[in-house]
Design a protein around this ligand. Structure first.
Ligand code: PMV
Length: 346
């Protein structure tokens, strides 16, 4: 059997997914931008077997990793109804990230989307039926979602929507869709500098964070806000309104953090330097008129988004004004990317 290798990107949400219901369905729709330089590469090598059940071994960055192997095993068991042939093969899986493992960048979106792309490709190579899905990407997004919600969005490049919204006719909770056809050219050249304010393990895992939205006093209002922001962001992306983009994106980041500050128990996921960076970015925007803005994941690192035409000015600003707030002065220069790439079939 052939080895299959995919490279799949991380993505950064502009309207955030936070709160879910079974089976891994979002409480509100989200829109993200897929990145280019932050990715996972995953190879699967199927070897025929006669024993029953799921069988795999997993090597992460050159080393066997039993903890990750267990997580993948339970993921593969959960997707068995969609890939019944998996019980006929032992899978040698290996994976590595382009970004340092301890950098605090969520790797589950890139990792789960890369694995989902490999599995869908394997299914095609085996001439297995793909079920009810219209395209291989649709199935890959559905499968990736079961591993990590935000991974559903990494199946496409550029801008992606996951979750049902009246603002977009073909939108689904089960898988993400490519919305690039409705995006103005000014948004197609965006960059994302990831400022590594705090490297290391996040204070709150996604699983715990999502569950804190159950019975949260502001949850219903937050889900409505996200729905409204999706509607606004669609119009902003379509018309190329960079000023309004800044407002929505920053509001979303702060709302996500506000939810965690007001949950029970409560969490402050920003670090003091997160606030310093945010202040600096707002000051920079004020002084230069460049429509650059920040967004945050559920952690202390800051994603600094800016139009590609201002790269030189912004990079100079990052180096001189923002890198002092980053751990060991580190940041990652990234940009909008084209989505998963099939690398090898050897
Ligand atoms: O995919 P998960 O379950 O790790 O959740 C990701 C949640 C955020 O990154 C905080 C927001 C998002 O929409 O990506």
């Amino acid at each position: 059997m052939h080895k299959i290798t995919y490279r799949s990107p991380a993505n950064i949400a502009l309207v955030k997914y936070w709160g879910k219901k079974k089976p891994q369905l979002p409480m509100n729709p989200s829109i993200s931008m897929s990145l280019k330089n932050s990715y996972t590469e995953t190879t699967i090598e199927p070897v025929g077997k006669t024993t029953t059940g799921i069988s795999l071994n997993f090597v992460f960055e050159g080393k066997e990793n039993k903890a990750f192997a267990q997580r993948i095993e339970s993921f593969l068991s959960s997707v068995l109804p969609y890939f019944p042939f998996l019980v006929d093969y032992h899978l040698n899986i290996s994976s590595s990230n382009s970004f340092p493992h301890s950098s605090g960048i969520a790797s589950s979106a890139s990792a789960m989307s890369a694995l989902a792309m490999c599995l869908v490709r394997l299914e095609q190579q085996l001439d297995e039926p793909n079920g009810v899905f219209e395209t291989p990407e649709q199935k890959a997004s559905f499968i990736a979602r079961l591993g990590s919600g935000s991974a559903a969005r990494s199946i496409y490049g550029g801008y992606t929507l996951w979750g049902e919204t009246p603002s977009y006719a073909k939108s689904f909770d089960e898988y993400a869709v490519d919305i690039n056809a409705s995006v103005h050219p000014v948004f197609q050249e965006y960059k994302d500098a990831i400022l590594l304010v705090s490297q290391g393990v996040k204070k709150v895992s996604s699983t715990v964070g999502h569950s804190l939205m159950n019975n949260h006093p502001f949850a219903e209002r937050r889900f409505r806000q996200a729905q409204d922001n999706i509607t606004k962001l669609f119009s902003i992306l379509e018309h190329g309104n960079q000023k309004a983009f800044v407002d929505i994106v920053e509001e979303e980041a702060l709302s996500l953090h506000a939810m965690m500050m007001t949950s029970s128990p409560s969490f402050i996921l920003m670090a003091p330097n997160t606030l310093h960076v945010i202040e600096k970015i707002r000051e920079f925007r004020e002084n230069t008129g460049i429509p650059a803005c920040f967004t945050l994941d559920a952690g202390a690192n800051v994603h600094f988004l800016y139009p590609g035409e201002h790269t030189a000015t912004v990079e100079q600003f990052i180096q001189s004004e923002l890198s002092p707030y980053c751990q060991d002065g580190k940041y990652i220069l990234d940009e909008i990317g084209e989505g998963p790439e099939f690398l090898l079939n050897a």
